[in-house]
Design a protein around this ligand. Structure first.
Ligand SMILES: [Zn+2]
Length: 255
């Protein structure tokens, strides 16, 4: 790290759990962010500012006026632009030291699998169940850590899956019925800063997993109700009958 980088990240380096070694590790890390909307915005901004060396951005949508109420990585002048390009402009201005790779289309499962093998961790900031299940299946298959979250109205939830560990649950353990289609925030509404709070927690979890420090949300589901401002943490055990992760671990055990 040169003098400018040391100064840029000095408030990280001062943390005894991070130090110069940890910051160096962050600058060598590769993080995939799927979805550059309400959650993806704070995730991408904080991870770019934190100096993650390479951010891979995936989103097939364009910036719409109604996005700007909460999707703070985009701005009014960028309405109509691909979200990944709009985000890249902001992130690169915030931190020119990092590399940003963009995919301005929805990735087919095979392309997603391939991409997931090349990153250290995946952040699911998508807004639909089909994408979430596809990301989960690919992460389980390749043992890639996954930070998952969802928000709607005044509420949010966050959890972490570490599929390389046999005790870790996966997204399908949480939602065993894959056919269940949830509502998206465009249908139900969402208070703007709720996405900011929950996305910021995702960014914290990414950094902790990358540095292997602290206590992650693996095996736990953090629930936030901002209307009453109450946090709850539920246990999220692995489902031994899970169709996605139980068979993978079985295969690993018999090898
Ligand atoms: Zn599972």
């Amino acid at each position: 790290m040169n003098d400018s980088s040391l100064y840029r990240y000095s408030h990280h380096i001062s943390l005894p759990q991070v130090t110069r070694i940890g910051q160096q590790k962050l600058t060598q890390s590769r993080v995939l962010i799927v979805g550059l909307g309400g959650l993806g915005s704070p995730v991408a901004l904080y991870l770019a500012a934190a100096g993650i060396g390479q951010l891979v951005l995936v989103d097939g949508d364009q910036v719409d006026l109604s996005n700007l109420q909460r999707q703070i990585v985009h701005n009014t002048a960028q309405i109509g632009q691909d979200k990944v390009i709009s985000a890249q402009t902001q992130l690169q201005a915030l931190n020119p030291e990092i590399q940003i790779i963009t995919y301005s289309y929805r990735l087919e499962p095979e392309a997603l699998q391939q991409l997931i093998t090349s990153v250290d961790i995946v952040v699911d900031c998508s807004d639909n169940f089909t994408t979430r299940f596809a990301i989960n299946a690919a992460c389980v298959r390749h043992g890639t850590p996954l930070v998952s979250a969802a928000v709607q109205r005044w509420s949010g939830q966050v959890t972490v899956f570490l599929p390389a560990y046999s005790q870790s649950p996966c997204y399908a353990c949480l939602y065993p019925n894959q056919a269940e289609e949830g509502e998206t925030c465009s249908e139900t509404g969402i208070l703007a800063p709720v996405a900011g709070i929950v996305g910021s927690i995702q960014a914290v979890e990414v950094i902790k997993v990358l540095l292997n420090i602290g206590e992650s949300l693996c095996g736990k589901l953090l629930l936030l109700d901002t209307y009453t401002l109450q946090w709850r943490t539920l246990k999220l055990p692995k489902d031994p009958a899970c169709l996605v992760c139980s068979s993978v671990n079985f295969i690993r055990e018999i090898r």
